[in-house]
Design a protein around this ligand. Sequence first.
Ligand SMILES: Nc1ncnc2c1ncn2[C@@H]1O[C@H](COP(=O)(O)OP(=O)(O)OP(=O)(O)O)[C@@H](O)[C@H]1O
Ligand SMILES: [Mg+2]
Length: 506
Amino acid sequence: MNKVAGIKPIVEMRNIVKTFSGVKALSNITFDVLPGEIHCLVGENGAGKSTLMKVLSGAYSPDSGEIIFEGIAYKNLTPELSQRLGINIIYQENLLAPTMNVVENVFIGSEIKKNKIFNDFDAMKKAVVTEMNNLGININIEKPIEKLSVADQQFVKILKAIIKRPKVLIMDEPTSMFNVEDAKKVLRLVKRISDMGIGIIYISHFLSEVVEIADRITVIRDGAVVNSYDNSKRDTKLSVITKDMVGRPVDVFYNKQQNEIGDPLLVVENLKLKQASEPLSFEVRKGEILGIAGMVGSGRTEIVRAISGADKFYSGNIYINNEKVNISNPCDAIDVGIAHITEDRQKLGLYLNGSISENIVIIGLGRKLKNFFVRPKKFPELVNPILKGLNIKAASHNMEVRYLSGGNQQKVVLGKWLFQGADLFIFDEPTRGIDVNSKNEFYNIMSSLTKQGKGIIMVSSDMPELVSMSDRVMVIRKGSIAGIIQKEEISENNIIKKALEVDDNE
Ligand SMILES: Nc1ncnc2c1ncn2[C@@H]1O[C@H](COP(=O)(O)OP(=O)(O)OP(=O)(O)O)[C@@H](O)[C@H]1O
Ligand SMILES: [Mg+2]
């Protein structure tokens, strides 16, 4: 049954237009959300999803159009008005206070007062605990935010929004930094929140997740609505959505061409992260993609962080091209030809006030222009092929990175490392937040790197990606190697079995 038939929208955006320095980000969009409905908004990187939501949250003023909230029309909203009406947004970026604890973060700016003067910590604590029970969340509320996992930080953002009992909750890629299990928790939570009668606008690049939870799916392309689907039966076809997003059919499954695998490029011998850790030994050959899989906290990221000098390790030897190398910091790794593209891109990867070109050339410039002075005029020539290859959507390469859409910012981080060049690329969750089409473009780039004899380590929780791109998959369980799966044996099932230690004979 269509649970939304006959109900009036809480809020309706009509004919919204928004331009940034002459470039149309939104052209004539009409979009609404009903009480208790999960309305998913999908589209390629830079399509205008976040911009549309910023118009609704009052962060941006539209050039034209109107917003009708419970029957009353507004030309534009301010953040204060939007909140007062009951619209709450959880942004793509993390906006929590890192040193404050969970309770303080939830109530920042809207503290419960005792005698109208003093903050009533007990009351606030009680309210948070009640809400957590209500939503089925379990977090240590005394901990400062910076000590929590990315997933728990996301739950704090949701708590903070829900405790105000909004009428509309906007979630912009809430699971983009999550592993599979945590993402499932968020989905359950979203369902629970919609059952409270709150209208949810949900943005995600995980299209199967979208089909799983959406009551309605709206696809936008280049700032305009392409189609809207009733998904009350959870049966909208992925191929239909991706075709709308991109404007032509796209393969959801990538077929990688097999190429020649050569001599060992990286050899890791008895690597111990800590004194008590299991020693780890493995290798990556030239032209090979080694996938690294494992459950949350299995230690995948820690292993690659040790190899790239991001964290110190206790003992062990690392060889590159048969030569023993000493890596004790990220610069050492870069010097021996290792590029590490980290999981947490926004925090670690970009200089937000710099232009796209500046960000891309920042590390590699010294090498490329060895005997020249730095000549910014040369940037376009150097950067353009990368912008094109990665499908980065921007008005120009001089655009400041902070104005790019979330997915396009991630592509700049990837571009930066591709430009710098390396022998071994370590990608940690490389395609999070990147749309289907650009994902395939990125897989093409990975393939061409391996054709040039580069080696790749790819830490990923994206099963289709692991299965289609890896030559071998190393499965990590509790900090040790649970097994290495050879090409012919790689399947989602085999990876999960190894990761969970399920025996074939059981
Ligand atoms: N403040 C701004 N100044 C200039 N251009 C902007 C600004 N904000 C957004 N844009 C541009 O508007 C377009 C839409 O961006 P938006 O962030 O809405 O995309 P998105 O659909 O959320 O993409 P993603 O999936 O990558 O998050 C992009 O081309 C972006 O560069
Ligand atoms: Mg966005």
